[in-house]
Design a binder for this molecule. Structure first.
Ligand code: HEC
Length: 158
C-alpha cells in the first residue's frame, strides 16, 4: 500500500494523537537500582548523577529549603508544600528542574532576603533533593533535629 503521496487525514490524525500523548510512567524502562544510586548514562553523550534521597533529606534542611517549604509537617509556608503527593507521582525529575527555573525570579530574591544569599546546588545535590521529593519513605524520617541551628534561627526570624 502506498500512502506517501496522499496521507489520509484519518491516519495523520491517529499519528498526531500518538505524538501528543506523553509517555506514561508504566511504559518507561526501569533502570537497575544501582544506576539510581551510582548515576547512569542515558547515551554516550548524556549522563545523570546519582539520585540519593538520603543526601536530599540532609540538604533540604541544611541548604534551607525547609525555611520556606513544608516537608512532613515541618517548615515554612512562603513557598508551596513539597511533601510527597504535592507533585504528580511518579515525580518527573525534569519537571522539578523546570519549575525551579520558572520560579527562579521569585525564589532567588526570597532566598537573598531570608538566608542572605542564593542557595547553590551542585548537580549531585540537586539530584539528591529531587530524589528526596519523590521518596515518601525518606520524607517520613524528616524531623526537626535534621535542621541545623543556623537554619532554625532563619526560620524563627521569618
Ligand atoms: C526564601 C524562601 C525559599 C527558599 C529558601 C526556597 N524556596 Fe522554593 N520557592 C519559594 C517560593 C516563594 C516559591 C513559589 C513561587 C511561586 O509559585 O510563586 C518556590 C517554589 C519552589 C518550587 C516550585 C514549586 C511549584 O509547584 O512550582 C520548587 C520545586 C522549589 N521551590 C524547591 C526549593 C528547593 C529544593 C529549595 C532548597 C534548595 C527551595 N525551594 C528554597 C521560596 C523558597
Amino acid at each position: 500500500m502506498n500512502i506517501s503521496g496522499k496521507i489520509r487525514p484519518a491516519l495523520l490524525g491517529a499519528a498526531l494523537a500518538v505524538l501528543a500523548v506523553p509517555v506514561g510512567a508504566a511504559d518507561l524502562m526501569q533502570i537497575p537500582a544501582k544506576a539510581a544510586t551510582d548515576g547512569f548514562k542515558l547515551s554516550d553523550t548524556l549522563i545523570f548523577p546519582a539520585f540519593d534521597p538520603a543526601l536530599g533529606r540532609k540538604l533540604f534542611a541544611e541548604k534551607g529549603c525547609v525555611v520556606c517549604h513544608m516537608m512532613n509537617g515541618i517548615g515554612g509556608e512562603d513557598g508551596p508544600n513539597l511533601s510527597y503527593g504535592q507533585y504528580d507521582t511518579p515525580v518527573n525529575a525534569m519537571e522539578v528542574a523546570s519549575d525551579l527555573w520558572e520560579k527562579a525570579s521569585i525564589m532567588i530574591p526570597a532566598q537573598q532576603d531570608e538566608l542572605g544569599a542564593q542557595i547553590k546546588l551542585s548537580p549531585t545535590e540537586l539530584a539528591g533533593i529531587i530524589a528526596f521529593l519523590a521518596d515518601k519513605n525518606e520524607q517520613s524520617h524528616f524531623k526537626k533535629s535534621d535542621i541545623p541551628a543556623k537554619i532554625l534561627k532563619d526560620m524563627e526570624n521569618m
